[in-house]
Design a protein around this ligand. Structure first.
Ligand code: PGA
Length: 258
């Protein structure tokens, strides 16, 4: 079986439903080609909640999966404004981002909230959570990034039973590499490989029954995407800014097709 890299577009809160619909309609034909039967890549689009239905409609009968940017930790109840993993699944999502650094920063999401979200998403059949972790520039400079990431990772998976055969992704996104947060410079592939290999080792000890893909995110674009997809570096990429226009998204697809 070919090992497929996961290419995930995170549209954040950047597009209105009308804009998300229009971008999806323009880009789907190109992604369809890039995701053809012999492709080495599979694709996921994560629009904001209000655009899930219109984007999902366009993705039906395509090989492109739909993802959400967040979920709640309960499946139903009196939680005004929240969206359950089951509701996301029913709305056509196969993936959901959990604990993105912007949610940790602007919505005060704590490690314990993220642990509950991860557990709830993992319990939802055919919904894969993508646990986002990554250190700040200050922590990187201090040299303590490994212990910081380990703490985030262990907290995020704390409520998943050790023996459970779950499937999920971990997105390693150093905060300072995210285009809108830090200095907006991607890390080098060697650094990425060092961290992803180490995350894999930790996970094989903590959750030996789990099937986990480790992807990279932070200022990925057409110029730098390929080295991140090499075997041993990462199992895919999470792309924010560069997935927001037809032009920049198409450029990435062109590079992936070469
Ligand atoms: P970026 O965003 O590609 O614009 O850096 C990535 C992310 O925040 O997931």
């Amino acid at each position: 079986m070919i090992r497929k890299s996961l290419i995930i577009a995170n549209w954040k809160m950047k597009l209105s439903p009308r804009e998300a619909f229009s971008l999806t309609r323009s880009i789907v034909p190109y992604i369809r080609v890039a995701a053809g039967a012999r492709s080495r890549n599979s694709f996921v689009i994560c629009p904001s909640f209000e655009s899930l239905s219109c984007v999902g409609m366009l993705l039906k009968k395509t090989p492109i999966a739909l993802g959400a940017q967040d979920c709640f930790w309960e499946q139903s109840g009196a939680y005004t404004g929240e969206v359950s993993p089951t509701a996301l699944k029913e709305s056509g999502c196969s993936y959901v981002l959990v604990g993105h650094s912007e949610r940790r920063l602007y919505c005060s999401e704590s490690d314990s909230m993220i642990a509950k979200k991860m557990a709830a998403a993992c319990e939802t059949p055919r919904l894969q959570p993508i646990l986002c972790i990554g250190e700040s520039l200050a922590i990187r400079k201090k040299g303590t990034y490994r212990s910081y990431i380990q703490k985030q990772l262990e907290a995020g998976i704390a409520l998943i039973p050790r023996t459970k055969r779950v499937q999920f992704c971990v997105a390693y996104e150093p905060l300072w590499a995210i285009s809108t947060m830090g200095i907006g410079l991607p890390i080098g592939p060697e650094h990425c490989a060092e961290v992803t290999t180490w995350i894999k080792t930790l996970l094989s000890q903590k959750l030996p029954g789990a099937h986990v893909r480790i992807i990279y995110g932070g200022s990925v674009d057409s110029e730098n995407v390929m080295p991140f997809l090499q075997r041993g570096v990462s199992d895919g990429v999470l792309i924010g800014g560069a997935s927001l226009t037809v032009r920049s998204f198409k450029k990435i697809l062109t590079v992936l097709n070469q």
